[in-house]
Write a protein that binds this ligand. Structure first.
Ligand SMILES: CC(C)(COP(=O)(O)OP(=O)(O)OC[C@H]1O[C@@H](n2cnc3c(N)ncnc32)[C@H](O)[C@@H]1OP(=O)(O)O)[C@@H](O)C(=O)NCCC(=O)NCCS
Length: 189
């Protein structure tokens, strides 16, 4: 993996820090029905709210936001948030954009992001919360080595129902043990 000017790159794939100029693209992806339906809130986000959120997040030392590209085309967004150096943990969030991408794209994006969390930031724990019907997200987490920590029952009330949430975690030791084999599989198969 190469890193230059905060860009994390492997072959044709790269994660680069989000800039404020990316706001329209991120909002378009965030408001797409296939992304909204995986979120705790399914409402449409307005431009002013999105801009205020992005500005706050880009100023925060507890967050890192990235655009994921394949052959220089932006195809996804991923972030590390709630970065707690005292506890050596953070959580993450992500979505692909609106272009059709080959199977495995989400896993490649999150592989690079896990490298940021464990290698660059030297964290010990990456945790996630996933709505229990989100099979694609659960599968990606499983492929990356996440294990279930528990379920939060009737945790999210939305207009379309009440949903359970799966809590997942990946620890640095597990990541170190599996990252080489996973890297070969994801990037060179
Ligand atoms: C989650 C997301 C990033 C995954 O990206 P992706 O490119 O599909 O991921 P991958 O191809 O690496 O892996 C997805 C796996 O789920 C499977 N899958 C995808 N959609 C599925 C579905 N509706 N039902 C069952 N399996 C599904 C894929 O076949 C693949 O299986 P595999 O592990 O056997 O190959 C993408 O679906 C996305 O952007 N979803 C909307 C936002 C979102 O859910 N964010 C996370 C919130 S917690």
């Amino acid at each position: 993996m190469q890193t230059d000017n905060s860009v994390v790159r492997r072959g044709d794939f790269a994660l680069r820090p989000v800039q404020f100029a990316d706001a329209p693209l991120l909002l378009c992806w965030r408001n797409a029905p296939r992304v909204r339906q995986t979120m705790y809130s399914t409402r449409l986000i307005g431009e002013a709210e999105h801009h205020a959120w992005l500005k706050r997040e880009l100023d925060s030392s507890q967050s890192r936001h990235f655009l994921f590209s394949c052959a220089e085309q932006a195809v996804g967004y991923a972030c590390l948030t709630d970065i707690r150096n005292e506890h050596r943990r953070c959580t993450w969030g992500f979505n692909l954009g609106d272009s059709v991408q080959p199977r495995g794209t989400g896993s490649r994006m999150l592989f690079l992001l896990a490298e940021v969390a464990f290698d660059q930031l030297q964290l010990d724990k990456l945790w996630a919360e996933v709505l229990d019907f989100n099979v694609a997200s659960l599968r990606v987490h499983a492929r990356l080595g996440f294990q279930e920590e528990g379920q939060l029952l009737r945790h999210v009330h939305r207009p379309d129902g009440v949903f359970d949430v799966v809590r997942l975690a990946l620890f640095a030791g597990q990541w170190q043990a599996m990252r080489s084999a996973l890297r070969e599989k994801l990037f060179y198969d």
